[in-house]
Design a protein around this ligand. Sequence first.
Ligand code: NDP
Length: 245
Amino acid sequence: MNTSTKTALITGASRGIGRAIAERLAKDGFTVIVNYAGHAASAEDTVQAIVNQGGNAIAIQADVASEADVSRLFAQAKAINGQLDVVVHSAGIMPMAKITPAGITDFDKVIHTNLRGAFLVLANAAESVSDGGRIIALSTSVIAKSFPAYGPYIASKAGVEGLVHVLANELRGRNITVNAVAPGPTGTDLFFNGKSEEQINAIAKLAPLERIGEPDEIAGIVATLAGPDGSWVNSQVIRVNGGFA
Ligand code: NDP
């Protein structure tokens, strides 16, 4: 795939892993759409960083869990170059809650954003991505750990992985690959928020490489899946975690 005239939409690209993916795909020659929910200044920062490096980018606000927002996001994204080649669904949240009656509020919230959001983004990607394109969703390596208080989040991401495998089958005949990338602990707001330094150090030691990952290390694998070297990888969950699980 020659990426020089291609367009990539990245959800949740104002910060963290999504931002690193947007910057990397822009470096690889894609025109990049930087989706975000509420942090407009962060999204503009991402766009500016890309433009400063000679890339093309535009920020578009949309709540991935809103049917109307996602449909508008895809229409606007497609209008930029007349086609959409790559969709990376990185937007997500991680509230912590034990499986107790009181946990239902966080369960509903994370299922709404992470699973309903993934369904809407993958559904619109299936309709909009050109034949030969790529669809990539972010899952998580913590699925294999089953840590206490990760129940709602793990449930949402297990659902995302299920959707990825089914969509790969539903797109048979269009030469579109659909994969998930499942990072281990990675240095972003989502990981750091609410954790003490001791907790962060303890989690960092879990992987044999004894550190947390960097957003760029996740972006590199996403770029491989989105580029020419990813052509034969389909319906897979790629765990990128330093051996964490
Ligand atoms: P961050 O919290 O750093 O960034 C989250 C991004 O998602 C922001 O751009 C935010 O936009 C956007 N977002 C949140 N909710 C919505 C919404 N409803 N609609 C649109 N955009 C939204 O998270 P990470 O970069 O760490 O996480 C990215 C993905 O990687 C997530 O799916 C996460 O589950 C997954 N992951 C992360 C790991 C980690 O350790 N960091 C490990 C494994 C998986 P805004 O700035 O506007 O709020």
